[in-house]
Design a protein around this ligand. Structure first.
Ligand SMILES: Cc1cc2nc3c(=O)[nH]c(=O)nc-3n(C[C@H](O)[C@H](O)[C@H](O)COP(=O)(O)O)c2cc1C
Length: 485
């Protein structure tokens, strides 16, 4: 059944996702029309709609949404935010969204297509009148070879064009070998070698292939993908285009969570400019290579960060995890070979092709190479988004970069709900490294740091995690024992 939906969804239109149409479909009549257009049952459209938080009528009827992410919760700011929003908009007019990526200053909420945080809650009248914009946050690189934060290395459309032209003049196998040699491993959590993934996909013989950017960044506490999309969009989009070129794809998708409205707007604006400059579209720079991509807006389901659920979502199916193998590189979107990569992995590719594989693999140690973005929350004296070398001791991250804690902290959740809660007494014995984390029983994930104060109940924190992880029932048998505890 789900296979049929995938095939029908791709057959009708493999450029504009069925999910995008379902998300905006306003009423029952258009559900039936949509079902008719795609040769699907109306029940299929209904079952997809009922899966997503943002598509419920109750959710849509709210006027403002308070962030229920882990960092805001631990900081204890959200009761005040909720009360102020309710007294402004009405008791029943305030909904919830889980993590708006404002973990550095907390008090986060969403209103009218924009996110706010910090002291913004005290400027509600100005916000409603359109006279107040939210402020930015600290971002800085602590790596000698700053790839992802510094703008000088790759930030203009000319940089994009020059690098694309240079890549078009390089043999595709050499490009793959550069990527493999760099040691880049996926930043989405699993740490799979990116060059190998692209090689597998490029080896597939298929009438169509796809590239998908996983910008669902569902882990509360993480805002590195948001940062890259909003401040370094060209790096990410370059990664998408060059992946399409190497694997032989004509179409990409940027799956961006709906909780990041600014990321969606900036990505759409940047895509439009790239099209104007013929850096996207037909016959890019006269090379004979056609490639375009569209944004798909997530609708509030944590599980969509998992790649097979994300693929199901784009196709307009319920976003449930599929069994692997087959892996997406063999049978992915619309049952065609598909590369799914995280935002940070794609951004790193641009810099590796610009500076060569040595510049990347000379950073870090063992199998954890290159730089990593880390997100520090409001319990640090220097909260913000930082780039560090893999292998950096956590003692340096906490005490020097983060400036120490501003509260009595008992543990830090690193890597989101699937990561681990690292007790404060062992924190400083770790280094930021995939293997070191795994050996100690944790997961680096997106390297988000959410501090849990000693005064915050561990039981309450566990309940919060299970609320996020009601996704576990979709995650497969290995998580079932956790659900029963
Ligand atoms: C429950 C769950 C949630 C996930 N969430 C994300 C996510 O938000 N962003 C992401 O890039 N990868 C996420 N992943 C990992 C993806 O399934 C996939 O491995 C990744 O997007 C591949 O890209 P990479 O090779 O560049 O890391 C998640 C995995 C699981 C099991």
């Amino acid at each position: 059944m789900s296979r049929n939906i995938s095939l029908l969804s791709g057959k009708k239109d493999d450029k504009n996702s069925l999910f995008g149409k379902i998300s905006v479909s306003p009423n029952e009549t258009s559900d039936a029309q949509l079902a008719g257009e795609y040769n699907l049952g109306v029940s299929t459209i209904h079952s997809t709609k009922s899966f997503y938080d943002f598509l419920s009528e109750d959710f849509k009827n709210k006027k403002a949404y308070v962030c229920t992410g882990s960092a805001c919760m631990c900081r204890g700011t959200q009761e005040d935010v909720t009360q102020k929003l309710k007294s402004k908009f009405g008791q029943d007019a305030v909904g919830e969204m889980i993590c708006l990526g404002r973990c550095y200053e907390n008090s986060a909420f969403y209103y009218n297509g924009e996110n706010y945080s910090g002291d913004d809650i005290n400027q509600l009248d100005e916000i409603i009148d359109g006279k107040h914009k939210s402020t930015s946050y600290t971002m800085r690189s602590f790596s000698d070879t700053s790839f992802l934060v510094e703008n000088e290395v790759f930030s203009t459309f000319k940089d994009f064009k020059d690098l694309l032209e240079a890549c078009f003049q390089t043999d595709k196998n050499d490009l793959i070998n550069t990527l493999k040699d760099s040691g880049l491993r996926g930043r989405g959590g699993a740490g799979f070698p990116t060059g190998m993934k692209w090689e597998f996909c490029s080896d597939q013989d298929a009438p169509a292939k796809y590239v998908v950017c996983n910008a669902d960044e569902g882990d509360p506490g993480a805002y590195s993908d948001r940062y890259l999309l909003e401040e370094q969009a060209l790096k990410v989009l370059f990664g998408m285009v060059i992946c399409g070129y190497i694997i032989g794809s004509k179409q990409g998708f940027m799956y961006i969570r709906g909780e990041y409205p600014e990321s969606i707007d900036i990505t759409n604006e940047t895509l439009a400019k790239l099209r104007d400059l013929n850096l996207l579209g037909n016959n890019i720079l006269g090379s004979g290579f056609d490639f375009d991509m569209n944004v798909v807006e997530g609708q509030g389901a944590y599980i969509c960060g998992e790649e097979t659920a994300l693929i199901a979502s784009i196709e307009g199916r319920r976003a449930e995890v599929d069994v692997r193998p087959p892996f997406p590189v063999v049978e992915g979107l619309y049952k065609k070979p598909t590369v799914v990569n995280n935002v940070e992995s794609l951004a790193a590719v641009a810099l590796i092709f610009k500076h060569g594989s040595d510049s990347y693999k000379n950073i870090g140690n063992g199998r954890s190479l290159g730089t990593k973005l880390i997100s520090l929350d409001g319990h640090f004296n220097n909260p913000g988004l930082y780039e560090v070398d893999l292998g950096t001791p956590l003692s340096r991250i906490i005490d020097e970069i983060g400036g120490g804690f501003n509260d009595d902290i008992k543990a830090i959740q690193i890597g989101g709900p699937l990561g681990g809660i690292v007790p404060v007494d062992i924190l400083r014995s770790l280094t930021l490294d995939f293997e070191v984390f795994a050996d100690a029983g944790f997961l680096l994930g997106h390297a988000s740091f959410v501090c849990i104060p000693r005064s915050f109940s561990a039981v309450e924190y566990a309940k919060h995690l299970f609320a996020i992880r009601n996704l576990l029932e979709h995650c497969g048998d290995e998580f079932k024992p956790l659900m029963e505890k």
